[in-house]
Design a protein around this ligand. Sequence first.
Ligand code: AMP
Length: 415
Amino acid sequence: MSFESLGLSPALVRATRERAYLEPTAIQVGAIPAALRAADVLGCAQTGSGKTAAFALPILQRLSDIRRDRPRQVHALILVPTRELAAQVGDTFRNLAQYLPEPLKIAILFGGVSINPQMMGLRGGADIVVATPGRLLDLVEHNALRLGDVQTLVLDEADRLLDLGFADELARVLEELPARRQNLFFSATFPPAVQSLADQLLRDPVRIEVAAEPEEKPDILQRAIEVDTAKRTPLLRHLIKEQGWTRVLVFVATKYATELVCHKLGLAGIHAQAFHGELSQGARTQVLSDFKASRLQVVVATDVAARGIDVARLPAVVNYDLPRSAVDYTHRIGRTGRAGQSGVAISFVTPDAEAHFRLIEKRQGERVPREQIPGFEPVEAAPGPVSDVNGGVKGQRPSKKDKLRAAAARGGSST
Ligand code: AMP
C-alpha cells in the first residue's frame, strides 16, 4: 500500500517521503480515504500508531483542493489535551504542508505562555488551528479568532481531554462551531464518558480500531523488577549502565521526586533533567529538545510527559514509581516502542506496591513476570492490610461487623 494509492496529492506524498514514511500505517490506511470523502471517523488508536498524519494529511489535502472563498478563516480545528501535543501536532502539520502549492497558515495555541504573541499571530487569520481548549476559548473571547467556518473538527486523545477535566471547555467550544461539519475523533481508550462524547459528536462514523491488530501493537517488552523502595535509585543507575540505554524516560510520582532522582543520578555522573508541570514552557521545551537530540541521557518526569510526547527511537521507559491507573500505565509505556521500533518498559515493584501493580495488570489483561536483579533483591516485608481506627481495612468503609468488633475491643457496648 502506498500513500499515492490513498488518493493523496503529489505534494503531500513528497512530504511523507521526506519524513521517511515508507508506507501508510493501519490507521492511515483506514482514516485517510474516509476523511478525504468528508466522512466522520472514529479512531481507536494507540500512541505511536501514526494517527497524527492520519488526520493531518486528509485535512491538508481537502483545504488545498477547495477554492477557499475566504482564506485565513479557520477551516480545521484540532483540539488536543496538552501544550506538548499541540506543539507536536502543529509541527507535523507544518512539515506535511511544506510542498503544497498554496501555503496554509497553521496556528498553534496553548496556555502557560503569554497570550499576546498568539493574538498577534492570529492577525490576518489562520486556516488550521491546533489548540488546547482553555487557551482557544480565551482567544475567542478576545475576538482574536472565530470558529464559525470550521469544516473539520479533530479531537485528538479525547480520553485525555476528558481526564484532564476539559469537558466544560469542550462543550463551550462546540457551541462556537457550525453544526454541519466533519468530525474526526481519536482516543486510545473508550471509557463510558468518551464513548458518549463520540456518540454525541459523530454521524455514521467510519470506525478504525488498530489496537486490536496484533501486528500494529507497539513492540514493547514489559518487565517488572521487585526491589525495595530505598534501592530504586541504585537499581536505576545499575540498569542505565548495564543496559547501555542511550536515552531513558523515568516516571516518578511527584515534582519533588523528579528533582531528587535527578540530583542522585547527577552525583553518580549521569546527566538527568527533571520534567514536570511547574517548569516554565521554555524549560520544558528545552529539556525535550535536548532529549530528542540525545544531548541528554535521562529525563525524570511526572505524568505530564506520559501523553503526547514523541521521542523517536526512545529505547526505554522506567516506572520508578508506579502510575496511579492502568490508563496512565498504557500511556507511559507507549512513549517507547513507537512507529515500529522496539522498546522496553520496566516497572519497579516495591513490596508495598505489589497489590497496586496486580490491579494494573488485571486492568490491562496482561501479566508481567516478576524479576529480581542480583544485588537488589528486596528484603522489605509486604505490608498486610492496614487497619484503621474502626477496625476496617484501609481504603474500605468499615462494615457493621468491623464497628461492632472495634467497639468490643474498646470495651464499650454497641448499643
Ligand atoms: P503518532 O501516533 O501520530 O504520534 O505518530 C508516531 C510516530 O510515527 C511519529 O514519530 C511519526 O512521525 C511516525 N509516523 C507516522 N506515520 C508514519 C508512517 N506511515 N511510517 C513511519 N512512521 C510514521
